[in-house]
Design a protein. Structure first.
Length: 310
């Protein structure tokens, strides 16, 4: 197992090429699941867990790993299935989401596969509103389900969406009502979190589910003779999305003279210094780890202020 992630640090060259690598794993049955390798710090045999009184049942306990204490979430239980019983023969995927390190308990870990984001598709129609999928793909005639981790974490440990007092002044709120912001994110929970934060500022929100939808939307505006940068205060886009990732979306926007002056903030749970380098490489204006309401609100407030001085 140690060899599975030996070369993770060498894989950042995939970013910006509309490609990703998935770490495949299983929960209780034969269904394959995937998680972006860039979110994975380590995979290890399930360590000894210490049960925490009054914690969410999904949290199977905490483990001491590399000198730190981490919560271990049963990913099967978190997605509505029966919990994993054989802890001794199970594995923990150590991940970093939104600057927080968390362990996910899984039954087995398979391998890493290299995929194109165009092969990663939105969940099938008819799956309802209560599913935990953010995307699906096919591999060797098998369906691979990619779990909406933001939804899992929001249910286990809800994040406050409240903006601290003093960040949004009345002067900004009066200007905000004339502004629209485009949000692009494949996670329904993340879209709602960002939307509510921006609506508290007073801006109008247009929310789309992936980079392809966003690019088509911007091109329609341009085809109608409108300048997207004048119609929209800014675009806040996730990085990892089905069909077209945020880096590719940004590069496509910058290559179209009708929309190349759009203000773009990349907003992601991915961690790593490569993010900052890629932000500059594809031409995004800014980068923010999600979800931090005060930081997000501050960037939008700053943008409203600078747009008002032009």
């Amino acid at each position: 197992m140690a060899g599975v992630l030996d070369s993770v640090n060498q894989r950042t060259q995939l970013v910006g090429q509309n490609r990703l690598e998935l770490l495949l794993f299983r929960l209780n049955g034969n269904q394959l699941y995937g998680i972006n390798v860039f979110k994975v710090k380590e995979v290890l045999q399930c360590p000894r867990l210490t049960i925490m009184p009054k914690s969410n049942p999904v949290v199977r306990g905490v483990a001491n790993i590399r000198g730190g204490t981490l919560p271990i979430l049963d990913l099967a239980m978190a997605t509505g299935k029966s919990g994993i019983h054989d802890l001794q023969n199970s594995f923990v995927i150590i991940t970093e989401y939104n600057t927080k390190v968390i362990g996910f308990l899984v039954r087995s870990v398979e391998r890493i596969v290299n995929m194109n984001w165009e092969e990663i598709l939105p969940p099938p129609k008819g799956t309802g509103r209560d599913h935990y999928l953010t995307a699906v793909t096919h591999l060797d005639n098998q369906l691979v389900e990619i779990i909406d981790v933001e939804k899992v974490l929001a249910e286990v440990s809800p994040v406050s969406e409240k903006i601290s007092d003093g960040i949004v002044k009345e002067e900004i709120k009066s200007k905000a009502v004339a502004s629209r912001v485009l949000i692009v994110d494949d996670s329904s929970v993340a879209r709602k979190q960002v939307s509510r934060c921006l609506q508290n500022i007073g801006v109008e929100v247009v929310a789309l589910e992936d980079g392809r939808q966003a690019l088509d939307y911007l091109k329609r505006l341009a085809d109608e003779g409108k300048r997207p940068a004048q119609e929209l205060l800014m675009m806040i886009s996730d990085i990892e999305m089905p069909e077209m990732d945020g880096y590719t979306l940004t590069a496509e926007v910058r290559q179209d003279s009708r929309m190349q002056d759009m203000h773009i903030l990349l907003h992601t749970s991915l961690s790593g210094v490569f993010n900052q380098a890629m932000v500059k490489r594809v031409g995004a204006n800014d980068f923010l780890a999600k979800f931090q309401p005060d930081d997000l609100a501050s960037r939008v407030v700053e943008r409203i202020g600078s747009a008002g001085t032009k």
